[in-house]
Design a protein around this ligand. Structure first.
Ligand SMILES: *Cc1c(COP(=O)(O)O)cnc(C)c1O
Length: 492
């Protein structure tokens, strides 16, 4: 059966039947004292439950849910090198601080004098993020990266209205995350695609060709979604600014240069950070997240309201900003995520830089060790993630999807696949700073073994995964028509 060198899969091999199949009449999960009042039937509707709830003991239920909870794969079970997602370890102390009763019992409608601690955390966190990015002012209101982009585009729009008048286009490179053009479109801009050059970055010439007086600015991701540093960023910013445009940076990849790059110095006017990726909030399950937006001094008046302000008598909330784009979230955003980020930043202190240095080192180690095994479309040093393709394996009719599925058998979550879409059969690996050399070596070994299998035994890959209870699924059907009842042998 299983070889314990793939510990990440142990939860995925367990068979577990439905509670209905386990129930047996008369089993009980509780005991009550003998009734001393008359029997009174509950509402008839309730009694007509279909199917009736099964009878189970407390232990049956505990085991069932504990096992089912292990049919899962997370950073706490194994390496999760999902590129562009920064699936790094979230230290438990940050969860603990966010769970302190003073925070969990706080209500956003409490009077200001009873919320001074919460306001102070928000105020100081804004200061930390300004210092880490080099930008001047911050809003913690956006609930996610895409929401931060939307906020940024609203700011672009408001700024242009106040200055040179409405502009209707925005430049976006072809490697951008899909949320970029979506956010720009929601704010009334027409996205204009910039083709990445042969080095995987944006060339100043491409920007020059497309920039005009109708264009509000550019959305750049840096490091970009190929894991590469946009080397011409300063020159690109100058071109945009010289024609009255603004520069937005999608900072979802901030894990690559925490406190190392002064973003304002590279010409960035607005930037969002994904607290749930870089600053210690577990993600992947749909939230809550937080996508703070950082801006230059010139754009500060446009930030969402209310804003936390510090006055002589303490902290308060002010909506007294005439040019603000308004409110974008109920109350002040997702406060719990802010506490985790605040706690993480304080616990790391000066070591934050080392986070990025190690993340970049780990990605380059993988790139270097696997570049003979998988084709590397851009063979140059990367930042926090590296992108391979399936081109060498195509000779044996093995594709990225087969490699990704086979990795499950080796106990690893697959990397991001088929993104960015400009790379055919992309596999985007982001190891993060948290993995040890031993674990990364195990991953490299598994990838190398899979490449060997592709050549020698491709059918092993075509039908993978083999060790998990769910075998190869038709992914479209699995998502559109999930099979939620009955036998667990897999869908028909
Ligand atoms: C994750 C990501 C986003 C979107 O962030 P959400 O918080 O999921 O909305 C945008 N751009 C890039 C480059 C990302 O990696």
């Amino acid at each position: 059966m299983k070889d314990y060198s793939s510990p990440g899969t142990t939860g995925l091999v367990m068979h577990e039947s439905l509670l209905w199949e386990k129930g047996k009449q008369g089993k009980k999960g509780y005991s009550l004292p003998k009734r001393d009042v008359e029997h009174y039937p509950l509402d008839k509707e309730l009694a007509r439950e279909n199917p009736p709830l099964p009878d189970l003991s407390e232990l049956d239920v505990i085991r069932h849910y504990t096992r089912v909870s292990q049919w899962n794969f997370g950073v706490d079970t194994g390496m999760y090198p999902l590129g562009s997602c920064t699936m790094k370890y979230n230290p438990k102390t940050n969860e603990k601080q966010a769970a302190l009763p003073g925070f969990t019992n706080a209500h956003p409608l409490l009077p200001l004098q009873m919320s001074q601690g919460a306001l102070r955390i928000m105020f100081e966190l804004e200061g930390f993020l300004a210092e880490i990015t080099g930008l001047h002012a911050v809003s913690l209101q956006p609930a996610a990266g895409a929401h931060g982009e939307y906020t940024g585009m609203r700011i672009f729009h408001a700024y242009h209205q106040d200055n040179s008048g409405t502009k209707n286009k925005i430049l976006i490179p072809d490697s951008a995350h899909g949320t970029n053009p979506a956010s720009a479109t929601m704010c009334g801009f027409k996205p204009v695609t910039l083709k990445s050059d042969s080095q995987g970055v944006i060339s100043p010439d491409a920007v020059k060709e497309n920039m005009d007086s109708e264009t509000a600015g550019i959305m750049v991701t840096n490091p970009n979604t190929l894991g590469l540093f946009e080397d011409h960023i300063k020159e690109i910013s100058e071109i945009i600014h010289s024609q009255g445009g603004l520069v937005y940076c999608d900072g979802a990849n901030m894990n690559a240069f925490l406190g190392i790059v002064d973003m304002q110095d590279t010409g960035i006017d607005v930037l969002h950070i994904n607290l749930h990726k870089t600053f210690s909030t577990p993600h992947g399950g749909g939230g809550p997240g937080s996508g703070p937006v950082c801006v230059t001094r010139e754009l500060e008046p446009y930030l969402p309201i209310p804003r936390v302000v510090k006055e002589n008598h303490g902290y308060s909330l002010s909506s007294d900003f005439q040019s603000s784009i308004g409110k974008l979230h109920s109350f002040y955003g997702n406060f719990g995520v802010m506490i985790k980020a605040y706690s993480y930043i304080l616990s790391m202190g000066q070591e934050l830089e080392k986070v990025s240095q190690t993340a970049v080192l780990n990605a380059n180690y993988i790139r270097q060790r696997l570049k003979e095994t998988f084709r590397l479309p851009y063979d140059r040093p990367c930042m926090h993630e590296c992108v391979f393709t399936d081109e060498l394996q195509e000779n044996y009719k093995v594709a990225t999807i087969d490699i990704a599925k086979r990795l499950l058998d080796y106990g690893f979550h697959p990397p991001t696949i088929y993104f960015p879409s400009i790379v055919h059969g992309a596999m985007m690996v982001e190891p993060t700073e948290c993995e040890s050399k031993d674990e990364i070596d195990r991953f490299i070994q598994a990838m190398a073994q899979i490449a060997w299998e592709a050549e020698d035994e491709p059918n092993l890959l075509w039908s993978a995964p083999h060790s998990t209870i769910m075998k190869r699924l038709d992914e479209t059907t699995a998502a559109r028509h999930p099979h939620l009842t009955g036998d667990l042998k897999g869908p028909e």
